[in-house]
Design a protein around this ligand. Structure first.
Ligand SMILES: [Mg+2]
Length: 191
């Protein structure tokens, strides 16, 4: 069985929470975060909601162009990100893949033979990533980049009743906390 980190893209690995994807610029620490995760046996998978495609204000072509550029950066030396998944739908489409629905995670569980209990969702939107983690049956880590601070503040009501497993400064700290927790649990077993 394998394990994966499900990464949000905008506001988590770079860019801004709700800016257009063409403007995405990676954060300086994101590559290190993905490398650390990969070196510790995690498959890095990106899941992004792009409802602008469904609304007709972003074309697939422009989206794919942006993803090619993002992939070229993150996967330049080695494949840090295994796959990018995108939900193009709007709320009205009632799809199964729009975060916080866990459809894309379920697909990955099958495709990559994942043990969901070892997987973690990392993102800056409580109402999307933390709620999705809950639905999928894995842990959710909230980062305070992008919309993270807003998620804890004025938008806390949008994910009322849900708790993040960790709340951390950024993507790199997220991976370090996940690894530390695993480490301390292994040590507990040894004692
Ligand atoms: Mg985000």
């Amino acid at each position: 069985m394998n394990k994966a980190l499900f990464w949000d893209l905008q506001g988590t690995l770079g860019g801004e929470a709700v800016a257009s994807i063409e403007l995405f610029e990676p954060y300086p620490f994101s590559k290190e975060a993905l490398t650390l995760a990969k070196n510790n046996g995690y498959i890095n998978i990106v899941i992004t909601n792009q409802s602008r495609i469904g609304k007709g204000t972003l074309s697939w072509e422009t989206y794919e162009q942006a993803i090619r550029r993002i992939k070229a950066y993150f996967n330049a030396e080695e494949n840090l990100i295994e796959e990018f998944f995108c939900c193009p739908h709007t709320h009205d489409d009632q799809c199964e893949c729009k975060k916080p629905k866990p459809g894309l995670i379920r697909l990955c569980v099958e495709k990559y033979h994942l043990n969901i209990k070892d997987c973690v969702v990392i993102g800056d939107m409580g109402k999307n990533e933390i709620v999705m983690a809950h639905h999928a049956g894995c842990k959710g880590v909230l980062v305070l980049t992008g919309g993270g601070k807003g998620s804890l503040g004025e938008f806390r009501h949008t994910w009322a009743g849900y708790e993040a497993h960790f709340i951390v400064a950024d993507a790199l700290e997220a991976v370090k906390c996940i690894l530390n927790e695993k480490q301390s649990r292994t040590n507990d077993k040894r004692r």
